[in-house]
Design a protein. Sequence first.
Length: 276
Amino acid sequence: MENLENTNPQKWIDMGIEFISNYGLKVIGAIIIWIVGSWIIRKLTKGLEKVMSKKNYDESLQKFLLNLVGWILKILLILSILANLGVETTSFAAILAAAGLAIGMALQGSLGNFAGGVLLMIFKPIKIGDLIEAQGELGVVKEIEIFTTKIVSPTNKEIIIPNGALSNGNITNYSTEGKLRVDLTIGVSYDADIKQTKDVLMKVLTDNPQVLKDPAPSVNVSELADSSVNFAVRPYSTVADYWDVYFGTIEKCKIALDAAGIEIPYPHSVEIHKEG
């Protein structure tokens, strides 16, 4: 209580006025710089996006560059604000460089991911919209960012893969050639006529408008199995039509074989009974 009674309110008022006079305008200036700078960054990035769209830049490259330019401009904006507040940017840059070195040593994986992202942009093994298989995952490329790549799985799950691992590992790109072969095996009874069966299965393929004419589909005997003669049914489709052709061909083959009286055998099992 004694300390509170001896406190001079005027002292605190004077300190407040001194603080405002010394730093008030700088703080207001920093806020204005942040607002104006953020507005300018948005305008610049949108302008850059329009220019790249007109120049028909690859969509993956566009997003990567916009992400990178946005971060660089934000760092410059923060340095400008610190300079306005009276912070020595030269000494701050030295501190930032030392801190960056220490952080870099601790985050070598992140730097590797950044380098991986740059490699993906340079060599372009994938682009947005490609169906790929990498790091044990299958999906359509949704976005290539600075450190990671996002793909969407066939079950509509978003999968995030680090760019370092992606650029250093095997990538299977199903979209590069634009055509995919659908591999199916259809088994029929040993009593079925091979030529008739091939004609029935081939008609299913040629009647389907989603099956490509080039490369031509094929139907061949692939195996004489225990209880069936197996046919390798090989239609080609676009990437977008793959699953429609896959499931549709199975269904239509069953319907066509039934209509032609060609039996699809059931699996056989043999029971052995031992007497007493």
